[in-house]
Design a protein around this ligand. Structure first.
Ligand code: NAG
Length: 310
C-alpha cells in the first residue's frame, strides 16, 4: 500500500441532520431540551437508588447503573452534536472521532450486557423468589456489573483496534452526526470487506443473539407469571413489560444499524437519532412512571424537600 502523508485525513466532516440555519437552530433547541431531560431524569434515578433504602435491591441497583450509563452515553454524544448545530463547519478530529467510537461502543456494550443481567435477575426473582436475595447477593451483583464493564471494554477495544489500522486518505465526509463504525469504515481507502464482516459479527450478531435470547426469556417469564396468579402479579407483569420496552428500544436500532452491509438507507439518520438521543431519555420515564417503588421514593424525596424549605 502506498503511503502518502499529504492526503492523510486528520479531520472528518459531519453532514449532520440539517442544512438550513432555521432547521439547525430548531434541532439545537429540541436536542438541548432532550439532553437536559436525559441528565435530570437519569441522575435523579441514580440519586434515588443511592439514597433511598426502599430501592436497595439488586433490580434497582441495575436500573441505577443503566441510568448512569445513559447519562454518560448522551454526554459522549450530545455536547459535540449541539455545538455542531451552531458551528458553520461541523468537523471532528481523527482522534476525537476514534474516542467517540471507543466510548460509544464501551458504554453501549456495558448497557447490552447489563440488560442481559437484568433479565437473569428477573428470572431468579420470578422462579426462585425465596432464594432471590441469597442468589443475587451484593458480591454477585458487584461481580456481574464488573463483568459487564469488562465485556464492554473488550468489545470496544476490538472495534477500535481494527479501525485505527485502516488508512484514511479522503474523502472525509461522514453522512451522520457522530462517528460510528459503519460510516467511518466506509471512508477507509482500502478493501474493507473483511473488516465489515468482522464488525458485523462483533456488533451485529452479538446484539442480535442477545436480543433473541432476551425476548425468548421474557416470553417464558410472562408465561410463568400468567400461569401462577400469585400476589404481586400485576407488579411483576408491569416490571417485565417495562424491561421488554427498554430492551426493544436499545436492541432494535442496534440490530438495524450493525447487522447489515455498510451502505446507507433513507431511515438511517432517524434510527440513529432514536438510538442516541431518544432511547437514553426514555429509560427513566419508562421506569419511574411505571414503577411503584420509584414513585414512592420520589414522593418521599418531595416531602422531605417541602419540609426543608420553609
Ligand atoms: C451499580 O451496581 C452496583 C452493584 O450492584 C451497586 O453497588 C451500585 O450502587 C450501582 N450504581 C448505581 C449508580 O446505581
Amino acid at each position: 500500500m502506498e503511503e502518502d502523508n499529504n492526503t492523510i485525513v486528520t479531520e472528518f466532516v459531519f453532514l449532520g441532520l440539517a442544512t438550513s440555519l432555521e432547521m439547525k437552530l430548531l434541532f439545537f433547541a429540541i436536542f438541548l431540551a432532550i439532553y437536559g431531560a436525559t441528565m435530570v431524569g437519569n441522575l435523579l434515578i441514580v440519586g434515588l437508588v443511592a439514597y433511598e433504602p426502599l430501592l436497595h435491591v439488586p433490580m434497582y441497583f441495575f436500573l441505577g447503573n443503566l441510568s448512569f450509563l445513559d447519562f454518560c452515553y448522551s454526554s459522549v454524544m450530545a455536547p459535540k452534536m449541539l455545538v455542531g448545530f451552531l458551528s458553520r463547519a461541523n468537523t471532528i478530529t481523527y482522534t476525537g472521532c476514534i474516542s467517540q467510537i471507543f466510548f460509544f461502543h464501551f458504554i453501549g456494550g456495558i448497557k447490552i450486557f447489563l440488560l442481559v443481567i437484568m433479565a437473569y435477575d428477573r428470572y431468579v426473582a420470578i422462579f426462585y423468589p425465596l432464594r432471590y436475595m441469597t442468589i443475587m447477593n451484593r458480591t454477585v451483583c458487584a461481580g456481574v456489573v464488573g463483568a459487564s464493564w469488562v465485556g464492554g471494554l473488550v468489545h470496544s477495544i476490538v472495534q477500535v483496534a481494527i479501525i485505527v489500522q485502516l488508512p484514511f486518505c479522503g474523502p472525509s465526509v461522514l453522512d451522520n452526526f457522530y462517528c460510528d463504525v459503519p460510516q467511518v469504515v466506509k471512508l477507509a481507502c482500502t478493501n474493507t470487506f473483511l473488516v465489515e464482516l468482522l464488525m458485523v459479527s462483533n456488533s451485529g450478531l452479538v446484539t442480535l443473539m442477545c436480543f433473541v435470547v432476551l425476548l425468548i426469556s421474557y416470553s417464558f417469564l410472562l408465561a410463568k407469571l400468567r400461569a401462577g396468579s400469585a400476589s404481586g402479579y400485576n407488579k411483576a407483569i408491569s416490571t417485565c413489560a417495562s424491561h421488554i420496552a427498554v430492551v426493544t428500544l436499545v436492541f432494535g436500532p442496534c440490530v438495524y444499524i450493525y447487522l447489515r452491509p455498510f451502505c446507507s438507507f433513507p431511515m438511517d439518520k432517524a434510527v440513529s437519532v432514536l438510538y442516541t438521543v431518544v432511547t437514553p431519555v426514555l429509560n427513566p420515564f419508562i421506569y419511574t412512571l411505571r414503577n411503584r417503588d420509584f414513585k414512592m421514593a420520589l414522593e418521599k424525596l418531595m416531602r422531605q424537600k417541602m419540609k426543608s424549605t420553609p
